[in-house]
Write a protein that binds this ligand. Sequence first.
Ligand code: NAG
Ligand code: NAG
Ligand code: NAG
Ligand code: NAG
Length: 377
Amino acid sequence: MNRDQMKRRSIQQKIYCRWKTKIFSLLLLSFGFGSLLLMHTQYSRINMFMLFPPPFVQMPKIALLFIARNRLPLDIVWDAFLQGQEYKFSIFVHSRPGFLFNKATTKSAYFYDRQLNDSIQVDWGGASMIQAERILLKNALIDPWNERFVFLSDSCIPLYNFSYIYDYIMSTSTSFVDRSETSGSNSTWSYNAGSSFADTKEGRYNPKMDPVIPVHNWRKGSQWAVLTRKHAEVVVKDDTIYPVFQQHCKPADGSKEHNCIPDEHYVQTLLAQEGLEGEITRRTLTHTSWDISSSKDRERRGWHPVTYKFSDATPMLLQSIKDIDNVYYETEYRREWCSSKGKLSPCFLFARKFTRPAALRFLNTSVLAFNGGLIKA
Ligand SMILES: *[C@@H]1O[C@H](CO)[C@@H](O)[C@H](O)[C@H]1NC(C)=O
Ligand SMILES: *[C@@H]1O[C@H](CO)[C@@H](O)[C@H](O)[C@H]1NC(C)=O
Ligand SMILES: *[C@@H]1O[C@H](CO)[C@@H](O)[C@H](O)[C@H]1NC(C)=O
Ligand SMILES: *[C@@H]1O[C@H](CO)[C@@H](O)[C@H](O)[C@H]1NC(C)=O
């Protein structure tokens, strides 16, 4: 290589190097500009979001159907439970006719105006209770996104956070209906007061219901059921079983014949009558404790569910309810192990009956801290 050649090469190299620097700076510049552009579009997209909110999110919902006398004393507990789940539930309250849920009657905005405008006067023990259930279902069925229908009392609390309860209920295509056959029952108390209750030997089946409701279709079980949309429609459309209950179940008036406690038989018996028992999980998701010794009157003994007060509301009590994973139905010698998504699971998602102070005390403990928070008193 001569000097000339070397010189030329060194010049070429210099030019090459200069180009490299230029291209590099150009790349750097365009990168910077690109990021700026990107930021700008993101920003305008955020602006667009504010101007045009995204379409309303639609997803399968759980309809919470409250049966109350007047107001809902545990509204604050439900409020904490429902925070942030706006698209996954709807609320309907059957309270006495004319009772309005507004700022004056509830502390939770979720309940504003959620009362039904066609509610009826409920006589406890009469067929009006099951009519209230049917009115709730009729109203909740109007929204096609309601896929499960949960009956709740005004003294009922949720035991888990919303997502757990939603998944548990939605993960199966069945209803949850506590149901047992009365024939052959031996009239002892249910061993595990979890869901069942005692049935008295004489039973509440009224032979006059035959032949519309044959005795082999007569069922009993907890009123606190969870229904699929299909089963909710069956209940609302029913025009044969309900009239029979209406005719033969009158509020307790001392006459045994009339004391058939319709709300603890109606849905169960109707589903049996319609041949739909293959589509139910045979247990309730709502825990109730029955006090055997509370009444001295033999006839009425055991009919009263325990109400937990502030002093009873310990984390241990709640944990013991949450720990139940099987229920023994003594009248059928049947032990029901509770499962969800194929795994052994807690039996109960809800529990009753709790006073307001008791429920508020729970909210402050770690066993019932929805959304990880303590609540303001
Ligand atoms: C009751 O509410 C329904 C819809 O929620 C409405 O269509 C109906 O007109 C209302 N009835 C009365 C009497 O206000
Ligand atoms: C909800 O509860 C379940 C069961 O207790 C728990 O595993 C899960 O982490 C909770 N989820 C939230 C979002 O808190
Ligand atoms: C009912 O059945 C249980 C379970 O076997 C039995 O222990 C009990 O003695 C029976 N009660 C009556 C009154 O027959
Ligand atoms: C819950 O705990 C907080 C903080 O300790 C307390 O201020 C509040 O009064 C408690 N609420 C209830 C209902 O116990």
